[in-house]
Design a protein around this ligand. Structure first.
Ligand code: SF4
Ligand code: SF4
Length: 232
């Protein structure tokens, strides 16, 4: 398969580590392997006494950073499509902007921009049905939701997840800034501290023009040092 999730013992709990055996492994392969491990491996759950991840919404209150691919995937969710006005559905870019405007928070600290899920509803994700306690966009949920499990993990596994989120979020920031400039739209800064965004600072990322996680190779995204550590 090209990616191995290994269970590891961390004192009294079971966690995991990751090794890659092929250069063409994509972010989607990584997500498939993590999802398989969450369902099938004997991994601890540190936030709850539940033995699995169903019916436990505890991690839907955390910070949920969003990536460029996440927004494009959310735009395919039937639940979201039902509540988007017809006018915003006509053009792909209008749809993405509408979803971001309605469901995300943007904060700026100097030149650092953070786009996260809006948690103004008492700190809970807007997509959680808090009667049934289920995710309304489950099949299209963001990368961090798919890749999180409240068990311990090896440092490299933590770094892989962080690197994917950071690159994907950088691409989303770039897209939002450029789209707002092009269309004369505003950006809703929920928090802005010493605002210093300079479009010349935007770097090229592995997410550029990508619509799906299956199009992005881990090798093109991860720092070389990290790749060398996990490639066997
Ligand atoms: S990962 Fe989230 S859903 Fe799963 S058991 Fe932990 S807190 Fe609950
Ligand atoms: S998108 Fe779904 S899984 Fe992710 S935080 Fe929201 S409700 Fe939870």
């Amino acid at each position: 398969m090209g990616i191995k999730i290994q269970t590891l013992k961390f004192e009294n709990n079971m966690g995991y580590g990751i090794r890659i055996t092929r250069d063409d492994i994509t972010v989607q392969d990584y997500l498939d392997a993590i999802n398989h491990a969450i369902l099938n491996l004997d991994l601890s759950r540190l936030f709850t006494h539940e033995k699995d991840c169903f019916g436990c919404p505890l991690c839907c209150k955390d910070r949920i950073p969003l990536t460029m691919v996440d927004i494009q995937r959310l735009a395919k969710s039937p639940w979201i499509m039902d509540i988007i006005p017809e006018k915003a559905k006509k053009h792909r870019e209008d749809k993405l902007y509408y979803i971001l405007r309605r469901f995300s928070n943007v904060s700026v600290m100097g030149s650092l921009v953070d786009i996260t899920m809006d948690t103004s509803r008492e700190g809970i994700c807007p997509f959680l049905d808090n009667v049934k306690m289920i995710c309304n966009v489950y099949d299209h949920r963001p990368f961090v939701c798919q890749s999180f499990i409240c068990c311990p993990l090896e440092e490299e596994a933590m770094e892989i997840r962080k690197a994917i989120v950071n690159e994907g979020e950088d691409e989303l920031v770039k897209w939002l800034y450029n789209h707002a400039q092009k269309e004369g739209l505003s950006i809703w800064y929920n928090e802005a501290n010493s605002y210093q965004i300079n479009p010349d600072d935007f770097q090229e990322t592995a997410f550029e023009s990508k619509k799906d996680y299956s199009e992005i190779r881990l090798k093109d995204l991860l720092p070389q040092k990290l790749w060398n550590k996990i490639r066997t």
